[in-house]
Design a protein around this ligand. Structure first.
Ligand code: ADP
Length: 319
């Protein structure tokens, strides 16, 4: 393999640049040319493709977002879009592709693979919802952003003796809520994977109040319900002054943590190795601190699950 491509797709996540940098540098180290495909699968269809050099990824390892830009591209879900994409890859002489993104982007990579085009998926999403890896690129940074925000909210919550509901990202996956809730000692954590009992939440808040607690924090993953609605219900049921903060897109941005930079570097480099070993249709990941790879079709047929033990622990520590 003498020429490969790299693109970032779907929701951006901090550390995507570090992954792209690793792909570019690792490939060039092995005398392989690298082409950047801009704006995700849209760029593949429109031929928005440019050669990347060693210097193209200089000064990017610490930057959030993605220098290749990202996009959502409904056209690529259709066979016609995929055909156009493959035509462009062939036109540029690109023999293998690395896709950095979430599970939607992996479905596109799976399609390319099934059309016989060697593609490797690198998990980049703040949701941490990709099977076959303990962590996705960007999760650690987003988690730290969330806990920094909650620490600040906690200060004002204590001063005013208020209850705070904090809504974090996670439409289908509660990892960000669960980890930030544990890291911040939240009273309750509401995640899409588990039913919640409002009476139990209210009882826990009242118990804390009776013990003399000055503030309470409830974390809600967006997929578990609207923070605003849940805040209203809590205020009505407890009579405690309750405020709601929806953290929103600040969770996607910022300089990646050391963990995400190192993870992205290791995964990006492994993706290139796999292509050079003649393997396509794989996803890379980290499991028990080892870099691993899996069949992309298999990974996409498995559903991400929450760590039950951690969820149970969060309940036990917030009695
Ligand atoms: P993420 O990768 O963050 O999960 P999306 O779900 O929006 O983000 O997916 C990103 C892009 O991947 C989509 O805009 C589309 O171009 C492509 N994609 C998603 N699902 C499929 C699919 N089933 N087949 C082909 N391409 C897909």
């Amino acid at each position: 393999m003498k020429r490969i491509g790299v693109l970032t797709s779907g929701g951006d996540s901090p550390g995507m640049n570090a992954a792209v940098r690793a792909v570019v540098r690792k490939a060039i180290y092995h005398d392989v040319e690298v082409y950047g495909i801009y704006h995700g699968y849209s760029g593949l269809i429109n031929g928005n493709i440019k050669k990347l050099e060693i210097g193209s990824v200089g000064d990017t390892i610490h930057r959030g977002g993605t220098i290749l830009y990202s996009a959502r591209c409904p056209e690529f879900r259709e066979l016609e879009g995929q055909r156009k994409g493959i035509e462009n890859l062939k036109k540029f002489g690109i023999e293998g592709l690395v896709v950095v993104g979430g599970d939607g982007s992996f479905r596109g990579a799976e399609k390319l693979t099934n059309h016989g085009y060697p593609t490797i998926g690198v998990p980049g999403t703040i949701d941490n919802d990709i099977p076959g890896t303990d962590f996705t690129i960007g999760f650690d940074t987003a988690l730290n952003t969330v806990i920094n925000a909650i620490d600040k909210i906690r200060d004002t919550a204590t001063s005013h003796e208020r209850t705070y509901v904090v809504e974090v990202m996670g439409r289908d996956a509660g990892d960000l809520a669960l980890w930030s809730g544990l890291a911040d000692g939240a009273e309750s954590i509401l995640i899409p994977e588990a039913e919640y009992d409002m009476q139990q939440i209210v009882a826990r808040l009242k118990r804390g109040h009776e013990r003399g607690k000055k503030h309470s924090i409830i974390i809600v993953a967006e997929g578990a319900g609207s923070g605003v609605e849940i805040g209203k219900q809590i205020e009505e049921a407890t009579g405690f002054e309750t405020r709601v903060t929806v953290l929103g897109h600040i969770q996607r941005g910022g300089s990646p943590t050391a963990f995400d930079r190192v993870l992205a570097s290791r995964l990006g480099a492994r993706a290139v190795e796999l292509l050079l070993e003649g393997k396509g249709g794989r996803t890379v990941g980290i499991q028990n601190n080892k870099i691993v790879d899996h069949d992309i079709n298999e990974i996409l047929s498995v559903k991400h699950v929450i760590d039950e033990g951690m969820y149970q622990l969060s309940q036990e520590l917030s009695i």
